[in-house]
Design a protein. Structure first.
Length: 57
């Protein structure tokens, strides 16, 4: 019959699993598409101006 584990051991395993899960999610969130050597540089965004909002009545 398997031996019962202590409560502290269960919490330690759960905490370690949570750390591994967070590290995995962090690495996955920071992983982006690989850039190629022939990729075009991004064009700067054109600012949108509202000519009517700048004038006061």
């Amino acid at each position: 019959m398997p031996e019962r584990t202590r409560t502290a051991e269960r919490y330690a395993r759960g905490f370690a699993a949570a750390l591994v899960a967070m590290a995995t999610l962090l690495l996955a969130a920071n992983a982006g598409p690989a850039s190629t050597a022939d990729a075009q540089p991004r064009q700067p965004a054109t600012p949108v101006t509202d000519a009517g909002a700048a004038t006061s009545h």
